[in-house]
Design a protein around this ligand. Structure first.
Ligand code: ADP
Ligand code: MG
Ligand code: MG
Length: 508
């Protein structure tokens, strides 16, 4: 991978050891004192918070690509809102997957049930995040072109294309529609990076850190949904896990919502509690211990272990049957699956939802190669491509939250094990994006100070807010960003999953 590009550091490194050690100590305290934190997974206590892993100096990111990511957010919001409301497309896309993936199948059943009964709340609230990486090697288009061309014998093998010089264009990793995290701590991370640069007397560099108001933007989305519901007595219900590690991120949204309007009550309940304490009124209003709920904000219910028994599934169905505005509604959750992302990458798919050529082209430009593993010719070809060159891909199931994908040589074993079974239709294959490498310091709780210089790669997330129904989009905004950075050698980079570190873009 010697052709992978490198991004420069925002200031000369390495830092002198004494200066670095002192700076790291200060930066840790700053993080703790401003809520850039998480509860420890190894020694969990409700009474303490660790600082969240962070990158000491902001990572450089090409300004043009950052601006492009910001610019396309409202187009992607529109696309995904329309996808969520296109029954035929969702049904057709997920028809095989739901036969073998029980979790997605159960979500789908809830959707069908409420559609048959009649939808009580036509509006959806989307608090979403589009994740992107810079593609440092080559675009998948080049790879595909050369594959076809090679078939005609007038160009070399596609590995030549992979080795061609890349242009660091942004490519979509995925579009998240449920329990999108890190908008809460994102603002703080931007301020943290400013603090560190100021400590190093680099005041001149602050202008390269873009403003970030993700927390307020996302909380305003919750508030607007609450207002639209139109009952000042009604509460916003946060659906939470049995144990919450990412507590600062969640609480920041709660506190910001109440700062914006102190009349909004906030409830925090697990699905099990909701099952035991909730009912629907004769008008399908959601009542939790008698308190009416106008907005349900899911910070859980996106992995099978978060909906473990029939009780929790019943609670999920009860919520969907209610008049409350859901974030996300069940169709938004389904639209965020990897299988839908792959179907949208097929020729002609975006055109079903967007009609302006400029918008279509902008979306297509950030898609990378995505392939279904259905029992058809295209699926068989994808299986063969994965077996021939597994390092080129990431194999993904219909899961969220990090740690579920398969990489490199393991792809071959996984494909061989599933290729003759229906199981394969629950997975998708994606071209592996190779982001440019930067060098810096990652600070983690419990690690020695000073930290070593390491090679890193980053993933940018852009936050969006959408409110609308099947006919209209009432609100469509881009509201902020976050950057997650991981060791260049790691496959995945989830911060809550313990691999990534919080960062913010330093625009060059
Ligand atoms: P999840 O919904 O679990 O977050 P993702 O599709 O975001 O699933 O994959 C998890 C992580 O795996 C990403 O944050 C990224 O680090 C890595 N990853 C996913 N897809 C790709 C890809 N196509 N190329 C390179 N890395 C990827
Ligand atoms: Mg995801
Ligand atoms: Mg992800």
């Amino acid at each position: 991978m010697s052709n992978i590009k490198r991004l420069p550091s925002c200031l000369p490194i390495p830092l002198e050891e004494k200066e670095l050690t002192e700076l790291v100590s200060k930066a840790k305290d700053w993080a703790l004192m401003h809520g850039i934190g998480m509860r420890s997974k190894t020694s969990f206590s409700e009474d303490s918070i660790n600082f969240a892993p962070f990158v000491l100096l902001p990572s450089t990111f090409p300004r043009k690509q950052f601006e492009k990511a910001i610019e396309i957010q409202t187009i992607l919001n529109e696309l995904m809102h329309r996808v969520a409301h296109n029954r035929q497309f969702l049904r057709e896309t997920l028809k095989d997957t739901i036969q073998v993936d029980e979790f997605t199948g159960n979500l789908f059943k809830i959707w069908e049930t409420v559609m048959e009964e009649g939808v009580a709340q036509p509006l959806s609230l989307g608090l979403v995040r589009n994740d992107l990486m810079l593609d440092s090697l080559s675009s998948w288009k080049q790879i595909e072109f050369n594959t076809i061309a090679a078939g005609f014998g007038w160009l070399g093998p596609c590995s030549l294309a992979i080795n061609s010089t890349g242009s660091n264009n942004i490519k979509q990793v995925e579009f998240n529609t449920i329990s999108v995290s890190l908008s809460g701590v994102g603002n703080g991370v931007s301020l943290h990076n400013r603090y560190v640069l100021e400590e190093l007397n680099h005041h001149d560099k602050l202008q390269n850190l873009p403003e970030n108001n993700a927390l307020t933007g996302m909380s305003q989305g919750l508030l607007e949904a609450w207002k639209i519901y139109g009952n000042t007595e009604a509460a916003v219900l946060f659906v939470v896990e049995d144990v919450t590690y990412n507590i600062c991120d969640q609480r920041f949204h709660e506190f910001e919502l109440r700062r914006l309007n102190p009349n909004v009550k906030v409830l925090r309940k697990t699905l099990t509690e909701i099952h035991n304490e909730s009912a629907l009124s004769s008008e399908n209003e959601l009542l939790v211990n008698g308190v009416m709920v106008s907005v349900v904000y899911f910070r859980s219910a996106y992995t099978p272990d978060q909906i473990p028994t029939k009780k929790e599934w019943d609670a999920r169905l009860l919520i969907e049957r209610s008049q409350a505005i859901k974030c996300p509604s069940i169709q938004y959750h389904l639209a965020g699956t990897k299988k839908v992302q792959q179907a949208l990458a097929k020729p002609g798919a975006i055109e079903l939802f967007l009609n302006e050529a400029k918008k279509i082209a902008a979306v297509r430009a950030v898609f990378t190669g995505l392939y279904g593993l259905d029992f058809d010719e295209a699926g068989d070809q994808a299986i063969q491509m994965a077996l021939d060159d597994p390092e080129r891909f990431v194999l993904k199931p219909q899961r969220e939250g990090g740690g579920n994908n398969i990489y490199g040589k393991d792809i071959r074993d996984a494909i061989l094990a599933m290729k003759d079974t229906k199981e394969r239709t629950a997975w998708i294959l994606m071209e592996r994006i190779r982001p440019p490498i930067s060098t810096g310091y990652i600070v983690r709780p419990g690690n020695p100070n000073p930290p070593p210089l390491v090679e890193m790669v980053s993933e940018l997330g852009i936050f969006g807010v959408v409110i609308g129904d099947s006919q209209n989009i009432m609100i469509n905004r881009q509201v902020g960003h976050m950057l997650r950075t991981k060791n260049a050698t790691a496959d995945e980079g989830g911060v809550a999953a313990g691999l990534g570190a919080l960062d913010s873009p330093y625009l060059i």
